[in-house]
Design a protein around this ligand. Structure first.
Ligand code: CMC
Length: 431
């Protein structure tokens, strides 16, 4: 295959085919193969989609080689320092940073929709106490759509309202799921509280006593939400787009995203990192046994919180989180042996040829759990926190699919490797 004048030439079976080359605003280039099968009878094969661009998007840019992440063009470092989760949610969903009046309106709408329909409480009652909060979260996001039949009418609602309702309610559902899993009474949201403070209130207040909000804690959790807000075509976002492409509603598409996020190779890694650090701590090991196991393919273990499909460099979010982790523990005047283990593990891994050669660096999940632990968020809620944070990205991607006039249902092909034609054998004649 060769590339010339924005067209690549493919030579196949003595014939030559011209494939247009698409170039993104940051110089990333792709061969447009949408006509390939019609022209050549061939499809492309790309296990795990490592080389497949599934869409054109204007939301998030990542350069994994140099460790760059930008939301709508704005570097993550600047947003982390100067912005808030709600402002970033507006940026991602609406496409621009809000002016004051827009931010006020967005906050008012978030507050207006923070309450769940009262009948949703009966759904929570149906879950066993042992239910994982991620299972409850995805089920309840779907259940919420039953209470808003207008969602089932395509394009019948104001998108900003629909988006704000989901963004607001995911936080209420998440906190209710936690309270339910602990057998604690549900705490309703407080309209006077801002987004993240309100979540902490619903998690930790008691009917007889309000949780004392520490601004450092609120800021640290807000930062975690913000850093998770979008990450282009990761497994859960690609899932949301896939479901959205069938014209399923926003709640159904996002509930599918929650399910995809749950896995330990994706959002579930933050829980797995803490479990790993705890295991090392309990064993009184310095982590070298775990690192050795992670390098041994037969062990089935991986160094959780390390490695990334896109980053072949330090994940820029991990740098920010590591510093935030140190800052928060210092401000709370606490130390955590798990932080020391994590830092030691990082040091060991980054000087080990196995990790160096494969360009495996800490990712966003490596230090986030230690912040959440310091805040008092229980282990089983870690991935739920990731889901709340990722919601603006899912909503923005859902919107992009829906507003694209050329959007078609997502439908990959396959190369069939199964049995060739077989006769049906009646049950009594089968061996
Ligand atoms: N520990 C040990 N070896 C690893 C690790 C790890 N954490 N990650 C990758 N490798 C090895 C892998 O075995 C392979 O080795 P070889 O070339 O000898 O076969 C090589 O590095 C390339 O890995 P890969 O599996 O082809 O990479 P991938 O792009 O398919 O997977 C990943 C990316 C994130 C799933 C993987 O790095 C991993 O499992 N990491 C641990 C789980 C984790 O922290 N996930 C959170 C990702 S960041 C948050 C998010 O986006 O969800």
């Amino acid at each position: 295959m060769s590339s010339q004048n924005n067209n690549a030439e493919l030579k196949l079976d003595g014939k030559s085919y011209s494939l247009p080359v698409i170039e993104g605003t940051e110089g990333e280039r792709a061969f447009d193969i949408s006509a390939l099968r019609a022209q050549t009878g061939h499809i492309t094969m790309d296990d795990g989609y490592g080389n497949t661009g599934s869409c054109l998007s204007k939301i998030t840019f990542i350069d994994g080689e140099t460790g760059i992440l930008r939301y709508r063009g704005i570097p993550i470092e600047e947003l982390a320092e100067k912005s808030t989760f709600v402002e970033v949610a507006h940026l991602l969903i609406m496409g621009r940073l809000p002016i004051r009046a827009e931010l006020r309106r967005f906050s008012v709408v978030l507050t207006r929709y923070e309450m769940l329909h009262e009948d949703m409480k009966f759904h929570f009652e149906g879950f066993p106490a042992t239910a994982h909060p991620m299972a409850m979260l995805s089920s309840m996001i779907n259940a919420a759509s039953c209470f808003y039949p207008e969602l089932l009418e395509p394009e019948s609602d104001d998108f900003e309202i629909e988006a704000a309702r989901l963004l607001s309610q995911v936080r209420t559902i998440a906190a209710f799921s936690y309270r339910k899993s602990r057998g604690l009474p549900i705490i309703y949201p407080k309209p006077s509280y801002k987004y993240t403070a309100n979540f902490l209130h619903m998690m930790f207040s008691e009917p007889y006593q309000d949780y004392e909000l520490n601004p450092e804690v609120v800021r640290a959790l807000d930062l975690i939400f913000l850093l998770h807000a979008d990450h282009e075509q990761n497994c859960s976002t690609a899932t949301v787009r896939m479901v959205a492409s069938s014209k399923a509603n926003l709640f159904a598409s996002s509930a599918a995203g929650v399910c995809a996020l749950w896995g330990p190779l994706h959002g579930g890694a933050n829980q797995a990192v803490l479990e790993m650090l705890n295991e090392i701590h309990k064993a009184g090991d310095d982590g070298s046994r775990f690192v050795a196991a992670a390098k041994d393919k037969k062990s089935g273990k991986r160094l959780m919180g390390f490695g990334h499909r896109i980053y072949r460099n330090y994940d820029p979010r991990a740098k920010i989180i590591k510093k935030a982790c140190d800052d928060l523990l210092a401000k709370l005047k606490r130390s955590d042996p798990l932080l020391d283990i994590a830092k030691h593990l990082e040091q060991v891994a980054l000087s080990d040829p196995y990790f160096v050669e494969r360009k495996l660096y800490p990712n966003v999940d490596f230090y986030s759990g230690i912040i959440m632990r310091a805040i008092g968020i229980p282990l089983e809620m870690f991935t739920v926190i990731f889901a709340i944070g990722r919601m603006p990205g899912w909503i923005a991607n859902y919107r992009e699919v829906n507003e694209d006039p050329n959007s078609r249902i997502y439908r990959p092909r396959q190369i069939y490797m199964g049995a060739t034609q077989n006769p049906y054998v009646p049950i009594d004649e089968r061996s």
